[in-house]
Design a protein around this ligand. Structure first.
Ligand code: TA6
Length: 307
């Protein structure tokens, strides 16, 4: 984007003392949001929330020090938008994992200074010749994000075509933690899940989730809120959701981390993914003109820990 285009973007959507568009990492255009309640950075590349920090708190989202910030490549960390499928394409593994919107450039469609100084930004993307080659459906996808001491993110999918389509998706959130031995993830007790590190065997979650090895679990038919209790940081991260029946918990552990160029060898210990999704048997079908909203609400809750 030229300096002139960036200036026009700020003229149209910038908000004095709250929201400015700038050349971010790798020259990607990012929205820098800061208000009295918190701050966030959102890249137009992928509609990707890179960071979120409530005032007075440590960063809530994790971002790899080795992440790419390159057109056409996914960013490692923050909240990747996985759509219109989660994970590998159901029938063609030559297609990009987690769909194609996280590596495409989104447009700014709205910005707003809300009551009591909260900040709202809406990005959007629609079908194109490129997307139609990968997925033969017309769509509009919007990321509607409100930043305060809470990060509210809505992924709004609309079928703008003339035939129904079925889609999965996720807000694939990476969370910043003190160390994996210090955390418990609560909310998924008793939920059925598919264990990707054990040949997708179906299991039932017994008690809170702790991370002691590579963990990659697709919890199905759950609308439950989750809480990451981190006794190392003496904080809890609350993740509530709407329009989502799948929660995915992922930590690559050592071997997988070492195999990923965009993931530091030792970084597995400082992160965990708790993803707000619709995947596997929870995918959704949209009729022509239909809309679906996948929402996640992320907040830091006071520590009253006894873990
Ligand atoms: O959400 C967990 C997962 O599906 C893992 O299986 C792992 O592949 C992770 O997503 C990251 O995928 P990515 O394509 O971003 O490397």
């Amino acid at each position: 984007m030229t300096a002139n285009e960036l200036e026009k973007l700020n003229d149209e959507y910038g908000i004095r003392e709250q929201l400015v568009f700038t050349d971010g990492p790798g020259g990607l255009i990012t929205a820098e949001i800061s208000n009295p309640h918190g701050e966030a950075t959102i890249a137009l590349h992928g509609g990707h929330i890179l960071s979120f920090r409530p005032s007075g708190q440590e960063p809530v989202l994790w971002l790899s020090r080795n992440s790419h910030f390159t057109p056409g490549k996914a960013i490692r960390g923050g909240i990747p938008v996985c759509w219109p499928w989660f994970g590998d394409h159901p029938t063609d593994t030559d297609k990009p994992a987690h769909g194609f919107v996280r590596t495409a450039v989104w447009s700014v469609s709205e910005s707003e200074k809300l009551a009591d100084e909260r900040t709202r930004l809406k990005l959007s993307i629609a079908d194109s010749d490129e997307t139609l080659k990968l997925w033969p459906h017309r769509f509009r996808l919007e990321l509607d994000c409100t930043v305060s001491d809470v990060l509210t993110t809505k992924l709004i999918a609309t079928n703008t075509g003339s035939k129904p389509f079925t889609c999965g998706g996720a807000l694939h959130s990476y969370f910043n933690i003190s160390a994996v031995p210090n955390i418990l993830i609560k909310g998924l007790e008793g939920c059925a899940y598919k264990d990707k590190v054990d040949q997708y065997r179906r299991k039932v979650q017994d008690g809170p989730v702790s991370i002691k090895r590579e963990t990659d679990r697709i919890y199905l038919d759950t609308e439950a809120d989750c809480i990451i209790e981190d006794r190392g940081m003496q904080r809890k991260i609350g993740i509530s959701k709407n329009g989502s029946r799948t929660t995915v918990v992922w930590n690559p552990w050592i071997d997988k981390a070492q195999k990923m160029a965009d993931f530091g060898d030792d970084e597995y210990n400082g992160m965990v993914c708790v993803e707000t999704a619709n995947a596997d048997t929870d995918v959704i079908t949209l009729a022509p003109g239909g809309t679906h909203i996948l929402e996640s609400v992320i907040r830091v809750e006071p520590w009253a820990g006894n873990v």
